[in-house]
Design a protein. Structure first.
Length: 469
C-alpha cells in the first residue's frame, strides 16, 4: 500500500503523494496498450489522461479495495509489457496471445491475488506489484455488444438454429467472438470444452462473458427444433469400468475412458475419475479432445498371431543382445533398419535406420508388435541425429503419432546423446513404429554440410516394458 511504502521511504506531504502517484498510473496504461491494435490505444490513452485525478483519488482514498473492481470481466495475467516483468495485470493482450491464453487457467486468472500466487510465489505474490489498468472488454463497456451484432427478430442468439453449438469464431477478421457456424476443427465436434449450448456459455468460457461479436449464422446440422443434434448435455453416466479421466497417452487437455492410468489413482478415485466426459473437461478448464475408448470386457479374444510378442509382465527388456527377448521378428518387420555396433546404450549393439538421401518423402519403420497382458509403460532409448528440414523421428502407436523430434538431440559435448522415449499402453495387441520420416522433397541446403543438419541416423536400444498393475 501507499501507507506502507511511505512509512519506509518518508513520503513528503499528502498533496505531494497524490500528485506523484497519478503520473505513474498514466504512464503505465500507454505502456500496456502500445502492443495492442492501433485503434484501441487512443481510447485507453485518452481515458488515462482525462481521468488522472479520479484514478488517483480511488487509489488513495480506498486503498483496501480489491484490485480489478473497476474493470469487471477483465482477466489477470502475467504482464508481458516492456519493463513490467514481475507483475500481474488485467490489461489487454495482443490478439494472438489472448487467443492462446483464453480459457487456460494456467495463464488467465479471476483475481490479481490468484495470478500473483500462481505465476510468482504462493507466499509473497508478485515481487513488483500489479498493474490494475483494465481491459477493453470490461463488462461495463461491452454488455451492449450482443444486441448490436445479433441478427433476426429473436432476442436470444441461436433460437432460429436449434441444435447448433456455439464456439470461438475462427473466421477471417474475427476477434473475441463466438458463433454457431460450421467453421470449426473436426476435433472440436462433441467436445464440451469447445462447443457450447448458448452464446453466453461460449463468451463466459473464452472472454469472461464479454464477447466483442456474436455471429448468429446457424449451422448445417440444425436439428429443426428438437435441440438434440450435436449435444452432449444428456450424456449418460459411465459404467464403473469406463470412468472418464485425464489421458496419460495423448498430450494436451484430453479426457478419455481408456482406463490407462497410474495405479495410484485408484487410491483417490474421486479426484481422478468422473462419470461423464463433460465433468472431466470442466475440471481441466475445457478439453482439446475427448476420446471414447473404453475397453469392452465382453469382446471376444483375438486369435493367436505369432508376429506379436507376448509380454506377460512384470518387466521385459529387449536389448538387441540376445537377452530377455529375441529380435528376429522385429528385423523381419523392419526392412529399413539393421543391427549396428557403432553406438549402444547397453551392451554392444543397437538398431539403426539405413540412411538414403536419394529417397525423399519416404518413411522407414522399426516395428515392434506386442501383446500386453496388463496396462504397461514402454520406454526405449534413442540417439537422434536427424537434420531439421531433412527428416523427423517419430513414435507411432497403432497408427497414432505420439512423440516427434525434428532435430538432432545432443549432450554437453554437442554430440548426439541417448534420450528416453516413454509411452503408456492398455492391455492387448499394439503395433509400435519408431519411424524416420524423410522430408517430402530434397531440402535446398542439401547436401549436409553442417553438424546441425545431422546424419539422418537414429539408433534405438534397450526397450523396456514395465507392467503398471
Amino acid at each position: 500500500t501507499r501507507d506502507g511504502c511511505c512509512a519506509v521511504n518518508a513520503c513528503p506531504g499528502e498533496s505531494a503523494d497524490t500528485t506523484t502517484e497519478a503520473p505513474a498510473t498514466a504512464t503505465e496504461a500507454p505502456a500496456t496498450t502500445t502492443e495492442e491494435a492501433t485503434t484501441a490505444a487512443p481510447m485507453t490513452t485518452t481515458e488515462a489522461t482525462t481521468t488522472t485525478s479520479t484514478t488517483t483519488e480511488a487509489a488513495t482514498v480506498t486503498p483496501t479495495d480489491e484490485p480489478g473492481l473497476a474493470y469487471p470481466g477483465c482477466f489477470w495475467h502475467f504482464d508481458i509489457s516492456p519493463g513490467q516483468q514481475g507483475k500481474c495485470t488485467n490489461s489487454d493482450l495482443p490478439p494472438g496471445v489472448f487467443e492462446a491464453w483464453s480459457g487456460n487457467p494456467m495463464y488467465m486468472f479471476d483475481t490479481a491475488d490468484e495470478c500473483c500466487r500462481a505465476k510468482f510465489s504462493p507466499d509473497t505474490g508478485c515481487p513488483l506489484g500489479i498493474n490494475d489498468v483494465g481491459c477493453t472488454y470490461a463488462s461495463e463497456t461491452t454488455t451492449t455488444a450482443a444486441p448490436e451484432v445479433t441478427t433476426g427478430p429473436t432476442e436470444v442468439p441461436g433460437a432460429d438454429w436449434p441444435g447448433c453449438k456455439w464456439h470461438m469464431d475462427l473466421s477471417d477478421g474475427a476477434y473475441m467472438g463466438c458463433t454457431n457456424s460450421d467453421d470449426f476443427p473436426s476435433a472440436w465436434e462433441g467436445n464440451p470444452g469447445q462447443m457450447f449450448d448458448t452464446a453466453a456459455a461460449c463468451c463466459d468460457k473464452w472472454y469472461g462473458g464479454s464477447c466483442k461479436s456474436i455471429e448468429d449464422v446457424g449451422c448445417s446440422y440444425a436439428s429443426g427444433g428438437d435441440g438434440e443434434t450435436g449435444t452432449t448435455s444428456t450424456e449418460a453416466p459411465a459404467e464403473p469400468g469406463c470412468m472418464w479421466h485425464m489421458s496419460t497417452t495423448v498430450s494436451g487437455k484430453v479426457c478419455t475412458n481408456d482406463q490407462v492410468y497410474p495405479p495410484s489413482w485408484d487410491d483417490n478415485r474421486s479426484q481422478w475419475f468422473f462419470s461423464t466426459s463433460t465433468e472431466c473437461c470442466e475440471v481441466r478448464g475445457g478439453c482439446d479432445n475427448v476420446i471414447d475408448d473404453c475397453p469392452d470386457p465382453n469382446a471376444p479374444e483375438e486369435p493367436e498371431d505369432p508376429s506379436y510378442m507376448k509380454i506377460p509382465g512384470p518387466r521385459t527388456i529387449i536389448d538387441f543382445e540376445g537377452g530377455a527377448m529375441a529380435y528376429i521378428d522385429i528385423l523381419a518387420e523392419s526392412p529399413g533398419w539393421t543391427m549396428s555396433s557403432d553406438h549402444a546404450y547397453a551392451g554392444d549393439s543397437s538398431m539403426t535406420n539405413v540412411v538414403d538421401d536419394e529417397s525423399w518423402g519416404t518413411q522407414s519403420d522399426l516395428v515392434l508388435k506386442v501383446d500386453l497382458a496388463n496396462p504397461s509403460t514402454i520406454t526405449f532409448r534413442a540417439m537422434i541425429d536427424v537434420g531439421q528440414g531433412y527428416e523427423t523421428f517419430a513414435l507411432f502407436v497403432d497408427g497414432q503419432q505420439r512423440n516427434t523430434y525434428g532435430q538432432r538431440i545432443t549432450g554437453a559435448d554437442a554430440e548426439p546423446t541417448w534420450l528416453p522415449v516413454t509411452t503408456s499402453l492398455p492391455p492387448g495387441r499394439h503395433v509400435l513404429s519408431m519411424s524416420v520420416v524423410k522430408a517430402p522433397e530434397r531440402p535446398e541446403s542439401w547436401p549436409r554440410d553442417l553438424k546441425s543438419e545431422g546424419s539422418g541416423s537414429v539408433w534405438v536400444d534397450e526397450i523396456e516394458i514395465f507392467d503398471t498393475l
